[in-house]
Design a protein around this ligand. Structure first.
Ligand code: PAN
Ligand code: ZN
Length: 196
């Protein structure tokens, strides 16, 4: 990229898309085959192919000093009992990340290859630090869109395949009295894995 000039935007889709080289990514249910745990519910719901999340992002790779930025908006709802969520990924090349909650009610699910797990509540104003060894997935546990920002050093390769192969160790599901985090009976450690 040629000389990048300073710019200021706000955390809404139109403003983000006005930034140089910004793009938006749409994830419908049909794009998420294999990520939700309840395959029967997935097959029933995929016919209507609802919007699950959108990502508005830009990334500048500039002699290893660039940054990436994204605004993710996850729609409310469930697939079976499992709340709408992102695919989730590992960072396959060095680089940590930070998240900032903007609106709605979310959970950030994390695990690492040593088997440790964390769940971080994400609301407007919540800040999370994600060390690169921790796979991360965002979940909307509320009734309105859950929106958050993410910031990372540019050039990180994302590994979705390990998540597709193994699942996540915990599921965020709708319980009788609100959201619950429960163990994923289908989760497997240490199977497969490659970069996108
Ligand atoms: C985020 C995510 C974004 C979408 O910007 O990429 O929320 O989630 P998936 O990439 O798992 O579909 C991030 O963690 N970037 O590294
Ligand atoms: Zn990430």
């Amino acid at each position: 990229m040629s000389l990048l000039l300073p710019f200021g935007i706000t955390a809404d889709p139109a403003s983000i898309l006005s930034a140089p080289d910004a793009k938006d990514i749409t994830r419908r249910l049909s794009d998420l085959r294999g990520f939700f745990n309840d395959a029967t519910a997935y097959d029933q719901q995929v016919a209507a192919d609802p919007l699950i999340y959108k990502v508005y992002e830009f990334e500048y790779e500039r002699d290893s000093r660039g940054m990436g930025f994204a605004c993710t908006v996850i729609m409310p709802g469930t697939v079976g009992r499992e709340f709408h969520m992102t695919k989730g990924h590992f960072h396959a090349t060095p680089g940590d990340e930070m998240y900032l909650g903007v609106g709605g009610q979310g959970r950030l699910l994390l695990y690492n290859r040593a088997g440790e797990q964390r769940v971080i509540e994400m609301n407007a104003g919540s800040v999370a630090y994600i060390p690169m060894e921790w796979a991360h997935r965002s979940v909307n546990v509320g009734d309105e869109p859950f929106t958050f920002l993410s910031f990372w050093p540019s050039g990180i390769k994302l590994d979705y395949q390990t998540i597709l192969d193994n699942g996540f160790p915990m599921l965020a599901v709708r319980g009788a009295n609100g959201p619950e985090i429960v163990p994923n009976p289908s989760f497997r450690m240490n199977v497969g894995g490659s970069n996108r």
